[in-house]
Ligand binder design. Structure first.
Ligand code: TXA
Ligand code: MG
Length: 328
């Protein structure tokens, strides 16, 4: 057990000393908080899996400060260089053939590695002063919603890690786009902050992943993700179906809440609601925080279905999993 310390940038040297001595530290990124360790130290990396309770075959993203550093760990081809130039630092992870310096523990023993340059001052500074790449998954307990504040991290990791660097609320709010360039056609394995529309401008051949995912392609996809810990989490498309369902839950003496966009609030009458904002950016920024707040107080979370374009599509990807694709 650790006595978990939490603080801002003033703790960065302490955080870096911990990383250098093989410990795990939580740090902010622009997407969600990460649980970082020296990617070249396999024993440190193993501690990440333990703290998260994560299966060891689900690979970690390696966070670096710039393209030059990326080239030490992966074979960065022309397409990857162009994408990093355009979108990094930023919410894009590129899966590339890995170099042998990256321990098998980081990638779950597969031959590719996801590389990302985060757009966050604290994250970049931590990588720089620790003088190593940081292997880091999202800093939640496995199967829970990703953390977008230091308090969320503490809720999941208290006693399990020595230090949380607090950088305030994460700007983007959902995880990075994972794009594989290790296949014949560039494939989005996980939609995120950089949308397919944005990627297509640089790489017209890019496609969304459809159908069965092979284990070696996206090992993480076979695990259930982003599930709020409530009895029932369900999506609604038609507003009257949603309110009817809500009323039925309430009539059984249970507590329900509707998670809606600002424009929808006036249409659901006097029912409990959580407002996620209107624009895709606002919804992405708010959605995980709202789910974490709702799961503490309600038995049933009813989430409004969103459009399937732009960053809404990335949010919908998470919500489909949260609700096990159940719609009323
Ligand atoms: O925004 C983010 O990506 C955050 C921040 C902390 O950087 N990190 C994050 O990591 O979300 P994680 O481990 O929670 O999700 C990474 C996803 C997993 O589904 C994993 O299976 C997949 O990316 N992944 C990582 N390396 C891969 C690889 N070499 N091939 C295929 N999928 C990979
Ligand atoms: Mg995660």
């Amino acid at each position: 057990m650790y006595e978990t310390k939490i603080g801002g940038i003033e703790l960065i040297n302490e955080a870096s000393d911990l990383i250098k001595s093989g410990e795990v530290v939580a740090f902010p990124t622009e997407t969600v908080y990460g649980l970082g360790a020296n990617a070249l130290d396999k024993n440190a990396v193993k501690k990440i899996f333990i703290a998260k309770n994560r299966p060891s075959d689900n690979p970690l993203i390696v966070h670096v400060a710039n393209i030059e550093q990326a080239k030490r760990f992966a074979y960065v081809n022309k397409d990857a260089k162009n994408l990093f130039d355009k979108f990094s630092p930023g919410p894009l992870t590129i899966v590339l053939p890995k170099k042998s310096i990256v321990p098998a523990e980081v990638t779950g023993d597969i031959q590719t590695v996801g590389i990302r340059i985060p757009d966050n001052k604290i994250a970049l500074e931590l990588i720089r002063i620790s003088d190593c790449p940081l292997a880091a998954p999202s800093a939640n307990t496995s199967k829970k919603v990703s953390p977008t504040t230091a308090q969320h991290v503490l809720d999941d990791m208290n006693g399990k890690i020595p230090l949380i660097l607090d950088g305030g609320e994460c700007k983007v709010g959902i995880e990075s786009t994972v794009l594989s360039l290790a296949e014949e056609i560039p494939t989005i394995l996980r939609p995120g902050g950089i949308t397919i529309e944005m990627l297509t401008e640089v790489l017209p051949r890019v496609k969304n992943h459809t159908g069965e995912i092979k284990v070696a392609q996206a090992p993480g996809m076979k695990y259930k993700h982003y599930a709020p810990t409530v009895e029932e989490c369900i999506m609604f498309d038609d507003i009257s179906n949603g309110t009817k369902y809500y009323d039925n839950v309430i009539s059984k003496g249970k507590k329900a809440i509707m998670v809606v966009t600002t424009d929808t609030i006036s249409k659901i009458g006097k029912r409990n609601f959580a407002d996620v904002g209107n624009s895709g950016e606002d919804v992405a920024h708010n959605v995980f925080r709202v789910l974490r707040e709702c799961e503490k107080k309600y038995d049933c979370i009813l989430i409004q279905k969103l459009p399937s374009t732009g960053i809404y599509a990335s949010v919908m990807n998470r919500l489909t999993k949260s609700t096990s694709d159940k719609t009323v």
